[in-house]
Design a protein around this ligand. Structure first.
Ligand code: HEM
Length: 464
């Protein structure tokens, strides 16, 4: 071969070997630019030049930072992803009597269980779902988000209806939640038919056998079904499955941490430290936005005017991923990070599940660790579009791996994960750009408020 031929071959091999490392990141950067371009540049970044980190919580918690949907182009995109019924989703309702009614109902439903009942319920549902894995002595290749989703579908069905979740309904719930989160991560388009099947089931159920806690009286029967679907069978199921996928993947990729827990000799608060460290490194929210309803005055800076879109960036505020993964730092008040808001800020619509989400994660993690050793070499990013590839090695009955076998399996997994990431990033770019364009075209939020201020009925059929 000529020197030029060698050069071309060497360059091709180098490019081919390096491709999985750089392409997904380049596509993500391009996607962010396309999203900003299609969605329209808007917003004041916090932390950022106008709102430094020291003022982040003060501005987030200001009473005038209370607009949720109206007046932000971004809302069209969130409404599109959370359809059907985004106009009655608690996260996106404007402040007012309707919001109060909905938020009160959520609190009442969640307050129906004591800590002991939460522990029993989550333990039971986790065991049932893990029991469904075939042949207890085999190593299972799973995606952690998919593994966990049926657990939370069963848990939240029982929380709402106070009755065990039939298998067919569990499938409807996971079908709905999976469709929402896959569209949000741009790995798939929306499938409104899957979501509509759950709405139809809930409407039927509400007509014949409503839940014990009365649903918001300010909502129509159809909106009540949307409310349950949005808050419990979308947000609760998606957030808990994502949080658990992060936690279990963090354990799988930090074996010394996992081994300390499995040996049962760790400090009783160590698992809570691991959960906090996971939420510090991989906060579930990227950016939460608010629209200001009035001026926000500031010391020594120009006020933030009414009608501004504030973009609160969780990973940036928390400094996520900057430090090594160190759960022990949570055990000592002197080393605990102070910029930590996994469930939002108390003064401005924090997460209603903040009082027990960590408890329930702990129960599900303990059940899983009791039965399996977790092994993974997949890339762990905040958005985790891979759904967390992982090997579950049964703690009893499975043949012990030799170090060489372990190395080979993890190397094969790393390679497959990288190459899968390349193809997926291109899919995300194409589908994401389409959905941003489609959401803008449909203008679900924009049209809803235009219709309500014009006196005609708001478009409750949003997203169909
Ligand atoms: C570990 C799991 C979870 C995390 C990390 C989490 C995180 C958050 C955060 C950061 C917010 C505030 C966003 C903002 O300021 O705009 C929030 C709001 C919310 N979360 Fe969660 N969440 C979790 C689980 C849940 C569960 C299980 C439910 C349902 C039962 C839930 C329902 C909601 C609702 C309805 C809101 C909107 C609150 C409002 O605007 O009044 N979340 N969540």
């Amino acid at each position: 071969m000529s020197p030029t031929g060698w050069l071309i071959t060497a360059a091709t091999v180098a490019l081919g070997a390096g491709l999985p490392y750089w392409l997904p990141r380049a596509v993500i950067a391009l996607r962010v630019r396309i999203f900003a371009w299609v969605g329209g540049e808007e917003g004041i970044r916090a932390p950022g030049r106008e709102v430094p980190a020291e003022e982040f919580k003060k501005v987030y918690g200001h009473p005038a930072a209370n607009g949720r949907s109206r007046g932000a182009a971004l809302s069209d995109l969130f409404w599109y992803w959370l359809s059907p019924g985004p106009e009655v989703h608690q996260e996106h309702l404007e402040p007012g009597p309707r919001y109060d009614d909905v938020a009160r109902t959520t609190r009442q439903i969640l307050a129906g269980l004591s800590r002991e009942q939460w522990t029993e319920l989550v333990g039971r549902c986790t065991r049932r779902v893990l029991d469904e894995l075939p042949d207890d002595t085999r190593v299972h290749r799973v995606r952690l988000r998919d593994l966990m989703m049926p657990v939370w579908a069963e848990v939240y069905y029982e929380v709402v209806f106070r009755a065990p979740c039939p298998r067919s309904v569990r499938d409807l719930i996971t079908g709905n939640a999976n469709d929402v989160v896959s569209a949000l991560k741009c790995t798939s388009l929306r499938h409104m038919d899957r979501r509509a099947r759950l709405t139809a089931h809930l409407r039927d159920r509400l007509a014949h056998d409503p839940p014990p806690v009365p649903l918001p009286s300010s909502l129509s029967e159809r909106e009540q079904a949307f409310y349950l679907q949005g808050t419990f069978f979308n947000t609760a199921v998606v957030q808990m499955s994502e949080a658990m996928a992060h936690l279990l993947l963090a354990l799988a990729t930090h074996r010394p941490v996992q081994d300390r827990l499995a040996a049962g000799e760790a400090d009783p608060d160590f698992l809570d430290g691991v959960i906090n460290e996971t939420l510090q490194h991989f906060p579930l929210f990227g950016v939460a936005h608010r629209i200001t309803s009035g001026e926000i005055p500031r010391d020594g800076r120009k006020p933030i005017p009414a009608g501004s879109v504030l973009l609160f960036n969780y990973p940036e505020y928390q400094g996520s991923g900057g430090d090594p993964f160190d759960p022990d730092r949570w055990l000592d008040p002197d080393t605990r990070p102070s910029a930590f808001i996994p469930f939002g800020v108390t003064a401005n619509r924090p997460c209603p599940a903040r009082g027990f989400a960590v408890l329930t994660m702990r129960v599900a993690a303990e059940e899983t660790l009791r039965r399996f050793r977790l092994e993974s070499s997949a890339e762990h990013t905040r958005s985790l579009p891979s759904r967390g590839p992982c090997l579950l090695v049964p703690r009893t009955g499975a043949t012990e791996w030799t170090p060489a076998r372990r190395r080979t399996r993890l190397a094969a997994m790393r390679l497959a994960d990288r190459w899968e990431g390349v193809g997926r990033s291109v899919v995300q770019l194409v589908l994401g750009s389409y959905m941003v364009w489609d959401a803008r075209r449909q203008g679900l939020c924009r049209n809803h408020f235009a219709a309500s201020s014009g006196g005609s009925a708001p478009s409750v059929a949003a997203g169909r």
